[in-house]
Write a protein that binds this ligand. Structure first.
Ligand code: HPA
Ligand code: ZN
Length: 366
């Protein structure tokens, strides 16, 4: 059988599920070395673990079973999800809970090819309930250390400020983080986007920058392109989380392309939260076509129907992503990370070896 070139690979897109399955199999996508740059650790609380932790901590839940919980995951928008997400964090009380939560994510991510993860956590979701900052971060950090030793997976932790709370509360949280500076690579901004523009948090991001924290921000998920401009210009964000609404503003697309600002796109999340009606309508492939620095991530995998490789699978099925496009997305995931240049180089070499060691697509699955 002749080996097809890239052009033919492109032509096969849209020619039916079977052909695509052979071109880029699930197994190939799961095995592909990748980084995950947009994942909220609290959003990896699977219903089974939620029940287990609730039971041992004596926290009552309003659901009778894990299946019942999953059935309730039918969201109309970001806020309806956040209401459920914050309610579920109530089960997390002790260091061990944060350790177990983080360890479970690392195991799942590792099985889906994640070699490096940059993980968000929401300290205010815990400190506001009376759980100490130290309790949350120590449990998470200990799991990350064990993940490095046990799974060979590197990781960074990013502290997110909740934008539905005040800028003063964010500043207070930054103060609490100071003793743990060495455990935290950067700060981010998440929670309810509409009505909470990035520029409200300018001072706290400036202060974070003075202490050497990297800066990222959720923008352009539900919010308008203007919020992406603000995240770049007012907060100095090095990456934009989501950013999908940039496509409504050609001037912004030009800026993002010229500066190669990484966008941490989460396709299954966007469909689950009804930013787009279906994967078929998601702009992620058009964004890559605009030469934007697109990465693909899971956001809140326990709530949105899949981990990172499941997101890769979804865009293959719904949008016909090709082998070459997946390679660019995986490359971007490493180059857009906050790893040092040497570590990036090693991981990119692994990725190259993975592609080089793989049979030509027409021979796969035959
Ligand atoms: N968007 C904003 N805030 C969040 C999200 C999200 O997708 N997940 C957890 N906090
Ligand atoms: Zn997010």
């Amino acid at each position: 059988m002749p080996v097809r070139g890239a052009a033919e690979d492109e032509q096969k897109v849209g020619s039916g599920m079977k052909a695509r399955e052979r071109t880029v199999t699930n197994e190939f996508l799961r095995g592909m070395p990748k980084a995950e740059l947009h994942m909220h650790v609290e959003g990896s609380l699977e219903p089974e673990i939620m029940f287990e932790i609730a039971r041992r901590n004596g926290v009552p839940l309003r659901y009778g079973s894990a299946e019942e919980v999953r059935k309730a995951y039918d969201f109309g928008d970001l806020q309806s999800f956040l209401d459920v997400y914050y309610e579920a964090t109530r089960v997390l009380l002790y260091e061990r809970d944060f350790y177990d939560l983080t360890s479970a994510y690392l195991r799942k991510a590792h099985a889906q090819g994640v070699r490096h993860a940059e993980i968000f956590f929401d300290p205010q979701a815990h400190t506001d309930r009376g759980v100490a900052f130290e309790t949350a971060i120590t449990g998470i950090h200990r799991a990350l250390l064990d993940g490095r030793r046990g799974l060979g997976m590197s990781s960074h932790l990013i502290l997110c400020f909740l934008r539905h709370l005040s800028a003063e509360a964010a500043m207070e949280t930054l103060l609490q983080a100071r003793p743990y500076r060495a455990w935290i690579v950067g700060v981010g901004l998440d929670s309810s986007e509409l009505g909470h523009p990035p520029d409200e948090f300018r001072a706290v991001f400036e202060e974070a920058a003075r202490h050497g924290f990297r800066r990222v921000a959720h923008a352009g998920e539900e919010g308008p392109p203007e919020y992406i401009w603000q995240a770049l210009d007012d907060l100095g964000a090095a990456r934009i989380d989501h950013g999908v609404r940039c496509m409504e503003d050609p001037g912004l697309v030009r800026r993002l392309r010229e500066e190669q600002v990484p966008l941490t796109v989460c396709p299954l999340s966007n469909v689950k939260l009804r930013v787009f009606d279906s994967i078929e309508e998601h702009p992620v492939r058009r964004m890559l076509g605009e030469d934007l620095c697109v990465t693909v991530n899971s956001d809140d995998p326990a709530y949105f129907g899949g981990y990172v490789a499941d997101n890769y699978t979804a865009i293959r099925d719904g949008l016909g992503f090709t082998r070459g496009e997946f390679r660019r997305v995986a490359e971007n995931s490493f180059t857009a990370s906050f790893l040092d240049e040497n570590s990036k180089k090693k991981l990119l070499a692994n990725l190259n070896a993975y592609f080089a060691g793989t049979q030509p697509e027409t021979l796969r699955g035959v």
